[in-house]
Design a protein around this ligand. Sequence first.
Ligand code: ZN
Ligand code: ZN
Ligand code: FE
Length: 736
Amino acid sequence: MNLRKQIIITGIVQAVGFRPFVYNLAKKLNLKGFVSNYGSGVLIEAQGNKESMEIFLLLIKKNAPATAQIDKLKVKSLSLKKEISFTIKSSKKTSVQTSIPADIAVCKNCQKDISDKKNRRYQYPFTNCTDCGPRFTIIKKLPYDRAKTTMSHFKMCPACKSEFETPQDRRFHAQPNCCPVCGPKVSFIYKGKQAGGLKEAAQKIKQGKIIAIKSIGGFHLACSALNKKAVALLRKRKNRPHKPLALMFGDIKTIKQFCYLNQAEEALLKSPQAPAVMLKKRRHLPLISDGLETAAVMLPYTPLHKIIFDILGPSPLVMTSGNISGQPICVTNEEALKKLSPIADGFLLHNRDIHNRMDDSVLFELNGKTHFLRRARGYTPGYITLPSKINKPALALGGNLTNSFCLAKDDKLYLSQYIGDLDNSENIKYFKEALTQTSRLLNIKPQVFIRDAHPDYFAASYKPKAKKIQHHLAHALSVAAEHGIKEKHLAVTFDGTGLGMDNTIWGGEFFVIKNNTWQRAGSLKPVKIAGGEGASTDIWKCAVSYMLASETDIKTIKKTLKNIPSKDIDTAVKMYKNNINCYTYSGAGRLFDAAASILNICHKTTYSAQGAMELEAKAIKNTSKTYPFSLDIKNGFISTDSSPVIAGLIKDSKNPELAATKFHATLAAMIEAVCIQKNIKIITLSGGVFQNKKLLNMCFKRLLDKGFKVFTNNLIPTGDGGLAIGQLYAGYKSFV
Ligand code: ZN
Ligand code: ZN
Ligand code: FE
């Protein structure tokens, strides 16, 4: 018996190769009918026997293109029609497309095309198809048609046009479709002169030069990662002495020679999003990420990268953001030539414009789940769905460091790409540019605004009247938003500093959250830090302060901290004792800084969280031993006293690996102790400190062992890059 079904699918199903996928599936199952884009989704009418129909529905969900996201699939029975084939119907003019796909790494088939000498796209760096290629970064307006992208001025040649119009073709309706005849071209500028193309650029990299390469979302600065001189020069010119540099390898095999790689990490590297994945190093790579156990590693994700590696072989290249340190990544040829000239020897340019600026995404994998350090290319503009619709379109402005904002409409929260620190005019300009472009693209005109409570953040001057939400509460709520946690839970937020509700500075917080109420149930015991904001880079001042707070005598302090001049310590002690330039913090970040310095791992930082990251790298001993600590409970409020931990670190300071391991275990034990004391079944972990994989892992193990249900951020950064999601959620739940 034959059936006819109408199937409406919503989610990210347009411009991801969904219609050709449905078409081919229907053909295979001998179904009749059609598929077409419909509003923000896809409409299918299919007719055939019951069995085929069941398989059809099952496989639509199971085998959907990797970058598609099916939110809803509605099926309705229709009466039979006379039809002889299955077709792809062109979209109705009236349909409004709302979902925009993210950029997709070059697919296997396109890789084959560019490696095949007989293919007309042999070594063509802009090859793409419905399964891959640039998307968000080239879209200027919706609906997503070529005319509204930066490909509009390239006229398709007859061969490309035929592919574009043939439903069975891999390039059917692939908006950026092009070839060497009709598409964008590269050019190579060396020492201010035209100097050829890809081959010449690759040769210069081989010779140890630094080359700026235009990619999908912006420029990279590239050089051979095995050429110490080149890397040192890049660091010097970029004024970036220690901050780790991302690497790109030609293939998985070579990655395995340099790094440890598990199956889940390999799958992430090869995924259509192709993020940079933090991998444990197997071999030392000088100057890449000194002091750390890990390196950020990615695979070639555009045909252009692929061709460079075909020429040079699979050995790693440094692929760091093409920007002046602290500023946005360059996107136009002119901008790159102007700003990057002091850094790069040559420029590999092309004439496909980048409309939406986009950095690489960086994440690590733990127990099969992703943990974002930076969320941008491949993931933006993906969204998080709320359980119900919000009343009015809203904008949450995010934090001041590693900013991302969040736009929301109906039941969807769109987190922007990583913007950067809003402490300079260039990044603020980028913030405004991204906000204008994204709100236009998503057609969201916010009427409600939410920001951090800190009066000195950029957001406070930008939208002074916005609703305010406490920094760490926003971190906490970002987990509830992501996982749809409705039940009462205990939120552990271990973070850098943020303004608290009592005008002190918070950062190691325990909140009880129930419906739209919250209560600060505990914190790390506040400690006075001498040195003010300066202590965030001179982290030895945190060490001095923590040691003084735990009643360590000055002689011991001086003996413990190697290479800090005695008179500098005296000055810090004087400031501490006389309350000059002192602040009181309950921040977990400062405690990590103090520990890193007490163990003489790091006294001064040149990039954010350097102390904590180098401390984590030292925690390699196989022990679950902890230092003693105590919980002081007053009227139900728990404060954890770290004084005995500091004493333990001083005692073990000659054995930094053991001490660093015990320090991590102690913090996990401390969190566990508070959770047991509070006895709430669901725990969430959030805040920048949980970018520490070892601490996160230890917390999960301990809490799961004790029967807690534990959640953390998996789709958005747990640091300030995910803050805006929590702020928006606070607005949605009327926390503010
Ligand atoms: Zn492709
Ligand atoms: Zn063409
Ligand atoms: Fe934060």
